[in-house]
Ligand binder design. Structure first.
Ligand code: FES
Length: 154
């Protein structure tokens, strides 16, 4: 009878040790996953805007002008549209929001027209004719010391 009780105690201790090991292994795994997620940047793909100065002669006095922005460190240039609406300067991406073709500006109709599927936008980039559902992307513009800078995500 006493031997049976000792055997039961040994089994119970063995079972408790196993359960404690399992519990601590589980807790260690959770903490290591949490630790790894805290070490990772919040959104590694998120890019910040880099601002590029627009030379004064490229800024339209009125209406729409297509300009190149030289990205010196990447040795490439990007085309954007600058719009002077009389009150402010707007910078628009030329990329159609339907499937990514480059839009052209038509001075006669004062519209951006996509050559791929005939999408149209007004001079502020708002959709006039489908298939695009979203307006042309506006790029941030800031003015510092009377100079205009446009933000581009590279
Ligand atoms: S890509 Fe411009 S309308 Fe389709």
């Amino acid at each position: 009878m006493i031997i049976d009780k000792e055997k039961m105690d040994i089994k119970r201790r063995f079972f408790l040790k196993k359960m404690l090991k399992l519990f601590f292994t589980f807790v260690a795994l959770i903490f290591s996953f949490l630790g790894l997620s805290l070490l990772k940047p919040a959104n590694p793909k998120k890019k910040e805007y880099s601002y590029y100065e627009i030379p004064e002669d490229k800024i339209p006095k009125e209406g729409v002008k297509k300009i190149n922005i030289e990205i010196g460190n990447l040795q490439k240039s990007l085309k954007i549209y600058l719009v002077n609406d009389g009150d402010s300067i707007i910078a628009l991406s030329p990329v159609c929001t339907h499937l990514g073709c480059f839009v052209n500006f038509d001075k006669n109709s004062n519209e951006f027209i996509c050559p791929c599927h005939g999408g149209k936008y007004d001079s502020e980039g708002k959709v006039l004719k489908c298939p695009p559902k979203e307006p042309l992307q506006r790029l941030p513009v800031k003015i510092e010391n009377k100079k205009i800078f446009v933000g581009i995500k590279i």
